[in-house]
Design a protein around this ligand. Sequence first.
Ligand code: GAP
Length: 540
Amino acid sequence: MPQQTDVMEKIVALCRRRGFIFGSSEIYGGIGGFWDYGPLGCELKRNIKDAWWYDNVRNPPLGPNGREFQMVGVDCSIIMNPKVWEASGHATGFADPMRKCSGCGHFVRADQLWEALATASPWVESLIQQFTPITGVIDTPRLLNWAKTKGKKLAPNLALVRNPEVTVSWLATRVNGQPDAPPTLQEITCYIATEQLHATGLQEPCPKCGAPLGPPAPFKLMFESHAGIEQTEDSKVYLRPETAQGIFVNFKNVMDSTRVKIPFGIAQIGKAFRNEITPRNYTFRSREFEQMEIEFFCKPEESMEWYEFWRDARIKWYESLGIKSDKLRPRQQGKEELAHYSKACTDIEYLFPFSDEPQELEGVAHRGSFDLNQHGKFSRDDENAFAVIDEDMPTVAGEKKEKYVPHVIEPSAGADRFTLAVICEAYSYDESRASPEFMKFHPRLAPIKAAVFPLVAKDGMPEIGEPIYREIKKHFPCQYDAKQSIGKRYARMDEAGTPFCFTIDGQTKVDGTVTVRNRDNASQVRIDRSRCLEYLSDSL
Ligand code: GAP
């Protein structure tokens, strides 16, 4: 297997080469944070969304104590009445704290500054080699030499480069002043970014050019547009940053138009848009992406039980699709991370090759009655407008039944993030194979399930292969290929992650058998040519 750092590059190259993922509008130089799925990628993502819909909406698992419950779907508009976003809190609160560089104008997310400096700053990467070892022992002549050479090129606005002697003297004063408490790397970084210590205090540098960063200011993440001819404040609309609100605002419509009873869930798959400051890690953080969200409505007193149920069910779902449990990590959020209305939240994380730390695939959140209360308040001026009758209360003659606002459990997953996780998990490398790279997709998710190959495009082999192909493709995505060497055809299918290839060869005419090649171990068995579809159905 290539080094972990190379793995991501290899995955990106394979995805481009084989048509899983392309940069959006590539012929014009692309556009940051937007991606297109090619022929294989769109089949893969479709299979993922279909599996999610089937396993959560059409055939959800049984609830706690083996209880049946109902799930229904909606497909809401992307642009909604802007009041939705006032009620949800996105209009005022959905912003990232950003810091602007005083030198080059680059923006950095305040809460990701140190991560950016540690992982995405060419000048820090170069400078760190001047410390011996990187625990922080400072070699002043080397530092000064770096400032005058590499530093000039990589970090022209860094205090250490602009005014090396003064900057180093501040650092020396600090080191000598507290010999028992050597400065941390973060502190050193701030010292070398500071020219006028007394006037400004310690500064934090821009990962790009080294100049001091300005104070944090909120940056709104919602994309704006206008509905109608006039582009005024009143016609301003937003592209939804999550699909969830479409579900909440249709809660009453769904209750009134169907026979669902609490507890039940409403699901939606759809596009969401966020003007992310730093889209990165391939499709992981994009500006346009798809969510697969469930809002599950239940009685307040049963909500913790449903929260635990959904958390466990969602973890099992990822495992059932081949995500190995050692790369999957449920992380319960600490009290300090929780929103004020939330009782609990678990992030289901996956260890992607681009990071040492697992990253969020899905959040399973206990949202209390916050969303329904807010929409009640903003649309009807009544927090309890969406309260429901407690059907379980025994009827007492002459007394009205009690009402309550349901609590909500929200499993919210990213279709693109999971697609990327599936791609990373499937990527396999085996030097002993003629073509070492192959994609070990779970058969349910594989974009192509089978291929049919006549060994050569003559001697009656295509005449046997074509009917087999036509029969299979009625039931499963299947490809037929009669060109190139058989090794190259297998290699193409391995890269596409096709679990089985059926090959018609010289022996087929003798005894009516074909070979079935297994993608994962390249082993081959012979079966009767009439059994190809049956073999596939049994194996998938
Ligand atoms: N309604 C709750 C909600 O939207 P979130 O944690 O902001 O919660 C849910 O998003 C999921 O959507 C995430 O776990 C992730 O899978 C996906 N997601 C969020 N932002 C994304 C982005 N910029 N690019 C790709 N996927 C994203």
